[in-house]
Design a protein around this ligand. Structure first.
Ligand SMILES: NC(=O)C1=CN([C@@H]2O[C@H](COP(=O)(O)OP(=O)(O)OC[C@H]3O[C@@H](n4cnc5c(N)ncnc54)[C@H](O)[C@@H]3O)[C@@H](O)[C@H]2O)C=CC1
Ligand SMILES: O=C(O)CCC(=O)C(=O)O
Length: 446
């Protein structure tokens, strides 16, 4: 019965979303964990909640025309997917990357809906972006692109409607340009974007929040396995906001970070990458030259390897979707890795997850373990609404409490605890789905 229901749902999903592999992948992962609840909760079936939650409230697609430094007009495509507004204003980042398309943004907005539910805050789920490639573009070109992007986006967002933030290639510089253009066009100074500079309404801890939150979540996972982070070897992928702040917090907590990476290759140091080298990357604001850092710090550089090919106790994929496949997962298992927590959104393929689960590697989905960023964004929104600025320590404590609570929700809602192994994916899906579904049903069909 359950298998038939699941097959029917998947068929329905695939027919409605042809050529959207990332989106259907993210939905399949949720369906598998939620279908077993349907028999016990007739209200979910009566209201077709799973189907409702698989269809975005709306997908906005628009043209972005801007002038490059040579006076040539460039044309890109912009998007905002407002997936589900049942728990609060749509909330989620903006990504600038040539790979951006509707499938990727729908998967990200779908995941965001459930991630935001886990934070316990009043946040709906959304995501946006463009196929614009910022690599090699001047600062002025970035500014003109951000302004052109906001020329259309501004009419769809606002502090009570939809509050974007950063994601891949959108950091505090881009948020500054986007915010400035929003303020000029809408003629309001309001918290309509998060991740702003502290000087104009940004929050302490937002910059660090996703990476720090990931480590706070990991500490809870380790504690659930009766161990701690001290002296653990951690392989991290990526060398951006999430990867670097996770690396710094891990080192501060006593762990050894053995890898960082980018699309050119992997920096590996079996003695642990030094915190000073990571701080230098963060300070420089340029795309890091990991190969040069390897030379300067007597570490190794591998242009042909991924972080998952090195010995580690813990893996933290912090770069991009589907960056860790079945053979990477098998390498991790063979090399002694016992814990994995996703800093990126959906970095593990379905087959990789199957390998991790079969080998009883504790593995946490991004919607739980990387929720720290959006959680502090939620706190930025409430500070903006009150014209308040809370101190770093207070917000860091709130972040730790939220990550601990998300961990506890995962443990509580998973159904297959076995020899202490926690099915974090199932726990996160069930806990988040219950909250969003209850809000949808209570607000009536529509
Ligand atoms: N910034 C945030 O607050 C949050 C970000 N995330 C997710 O974390 C991931 C990283 O985002 P950020 O650090 O913000 O972006 P970023 O733009 O600061 O850094 C991305 C990093 O990943 C690397 N990268 C990209 N594709 C890669 C590939 N195929 N192989 C190896 N490295 C690759 C880039 O070189 C860069 O170092 C994304 O999946 C994002 O959706 C999740 C939650 C919140
Ligand atoms: O802070 C936010 O609103 C967005 C964070 C985000 O994009 C994510 O959690 O993937």
């Amino acid at each position: 019965m359950k298998q038939r229901q699941l097959d029917a749902l998947e068929q329905w999903l695939n027919e409605r979303n042809p050529n959207q592999p990332e989106f259907t992948q993210a939905v399949r992962e949720l369906y598998a964990d939620i279908t077993p609840l349907l028999e016990d909760e007739p209200a979910y079936q009566d209201a077709s909640v799973l189907q409702c939650l698989t269809e975005a409230d709306r997908c906005i697609e628009f043209r972005v025309c801007w002038e490059d430094d040579d006076g040539k007009i460039q044309v890109n495509r912009g998007y905002r997917v407002q997936f589900c507004g049942a728990l609060g204003p749509y909330k989620g980042g903006i990504r600038f990357h040539p790979s951006v398309n509707q499938s990727i943004l729908k998967f990200l907005a779908f995941e965001q809906t459930f991630k935001n539910a886990l934070t316990g805050l009043h946040l709906g789920g959304g995501k946006g972006g463009s196929d614009f490639n910022p690599r090699g573009r001047s600062d002025r070109e970035i500014m003109r692109f951000c302004q052109a992007f906001m020329n259309e986006l501004y009419r769809h967002i606002g502090q009570h409607t939809d509050v974007p933030a950063g994601d891949i290639n959108v950091g505090s510089r881009e948020i500054g340009y986007l915010f400035g253009q929003y303020r000029r066009l809408a003629n309001v100074f309001a918290g309509s974007l998060t991740g702003k500079d502290i000087e104009f309404g940004g929050s302490q801890v937002r910059l660090e929040a996703t990476g720090y939150g990931l480590i706070y979540f990991l500490r809870e996972m380790l504690s659930a396995s009766d161990t701690c982070i001290d002296n653990k070897r951690i392989a991290i992928s990526g060398a951006g906001n999430v990867a670097l702040h996770a690396a710094l917090k891990a080192i501060e907590c006593g762990a050894s970070v053995v890898t960082l990476s980018n699309s050119d290759g992997t920096l590996h140091d079996s003695n642990g990458i030094k915190a000073d080298a990571i701080k230098q990357i963060l300070k420089s604001k340029q795309r890091p030259d990991l190969e040069k850092i390897a030379k300067d710090t007597q570490a190794d550089w591998h242009s042909d390897k991924k972080p998952w090919q090195f010995d580690c106790d813990i893996a933290l994929p912090c770069a991009s979707q589907n960056e860790l496949d079945e053979s990477d997962a098998q390498n991790l298992v063979d090399n002694g890795c016992s814990w994995l927590a996703e800093g990126a959104n959906m970095p593990c393929t379905e087959k990789a997850i199957a390998v991790l689960n079969e080998s009883r590697v504790a593995n946490a989905p991004g919607k739980a373990s990387n929720a720290g960023g959006v959680a502090v964004s939620g706190l930025e929104m409430s500070q903006n609404a009150n014209f308040a600025s809370l101190p770093f320590e207070e917000l860091d404590e709130r972040l730790q409490a939220i990550m601990k609570d998300i961990h506890n929700q995962c443990v509580k809602h998973q159904q297959t605890q076995e020899n202490g192994w926690v099915n974090y994916r199932q726990g996160a899906n069930v806990a988040a789905f219950k909250r969003v579904a209850a809000a949808l049903i209570a607000q009536g069909i529509g």
